[in-house]
Design a protein around this ligand. Structure first.
Ligand SMILES: Nc1ncnc2c1ncn2[C@@H]1O[C@H](COP(=O)(O)OP(=O)(O)OP(=O)(O)O)[C@@H](O)[C@H]1O
Length: 277
């Protein structure tokens, strides 16, 4: 287990006293967390955050808040170097159902995304660049229905990167993929996070080992007990002990971390924590 050298710069994502309530149900309670721009010497290193929690705890609700698709009941979500309140479109959100238009070719789907921020000529250059980078050049003329699951996943990630600045949120990116496709998607995530130091990928997943191996930070959404009464408080939160810094633990950025005994031990402990939450 080797802790690699790193430093932190300014915040790129902040959850500031974020709560979400539907009617009388408090789903998320007072979330406070930050993703800082990580700096590694001689590297263009982006950030990867794994987001975990039991089924029904509020991960999708949190995704909607992070993507600016819903406003929190209290608090704010701030994004980017300027730390502006998030609005729809600022964070690329790759949902389990990839939002590709079936009647457009892959190239046209990507062009549509790129045109949201760029003129026609610039959009074309960017799309061809992404098609090449994501190994999709040979499939650019195909319709989404004729792409494999892994190709669609690549396309959806490329699409969201083309229309958002640096933040991208992936909801269950590994579910339903075979092992080779999982490796392919892992490679893309590493590629995306080393393309630009500001690129930040948030991964919501029940695949703890795969996601932890990619991440430098983890958030576990869980209920918390009152320090006074010991009673479970309503809603789920991100308590400080459930915000794990994998860089500090010496488990971040190791290409073969999954074969390290310390990694296996950490993942086992994390799973116990999730089971007990
Ligand atoms: N629009 C809504 N109105 C009322 N309640 C909602 C709404 N959206 C979500 N909820 C409730 O919020 C809670 C958290 O749901 P959410 O879908 O975020 O869970 P999750 O952690 O993503 O679960 P899973 O891992 O099973 O996908 C659930 O009890 C759900 O019923």
């Amino acid at each position: 287990m080797t802790a690699l050298p790193y430093q932190y710069k300014s915040p790129l994502l902040t959850l500031d006293h974020v709560s979400m309530r539907y009617g009388n149900d408090l789903i998320l309670r007072d979330l406070n967390a930050q993703v800082l721009d990580v700096i590694r010497p001689g590297m263009s290193q982006g950030q990867v955050v794994g987001i975990y929690g039991r089924s029904g705890i509020g991960k999708s609700v949190l995704c909607r808040l992070l993507a600016g698709l819903a406003a929190p009941s209290t608090g704010t979500v701030l994004v980017g170097e300027a730390q502006e309140p998030v609005q729809a479109g600022m964070v690329g959100y790759v949902q389990q159902r990839y939002p590709l238009f079936n009647h457009y070719s892959l190239r046209d789907n990507l062009l549509l995304a790129a045109r949201r921020h760029h003129d026609a000529a610039e959009a074309k250059v960017r799309v061809e660049n992404y098609l090449g980078r994501f190994g999709l050049g040979a499939h650019a003329g195909k319709y989404p229905a004729h792409l494999s699951g892994g190709q669609r996943q690549r396309a959806a990630i490329a699409q969201q990167l083309l229309c958002s600045e640096h933040l991208i949120l992936l909801d269950e990116p590994f579910s339903g993929l075979d092992v080779a496709m999982i490796d392919e998607v892992k490679k893309i995530i590493v590629e995306v996070t080393t393309m630009d130091e500001l690129n930040t990928v948030l991964i919501v997943s029940h695949d703890i080992a795969t996601t932890t191996a990619l991440a430098d930070r983890l958030w576990l959404l869980a209920p918390e007990r009152s320090p006074d009464t010991g009673q479970l408080l309503p809603g789920a939160t991100l308590s400080p002990r459930h915000q794990y810094n994998l860089a500090q633990l010496g488990l971040a950025w190791h290409p073969d971390v999954e074969s390290e005994p310390e990694f296996a031990q950490f993942v086992a402990e994390l799973k116990d924590e999730i089971r007990g939450s």
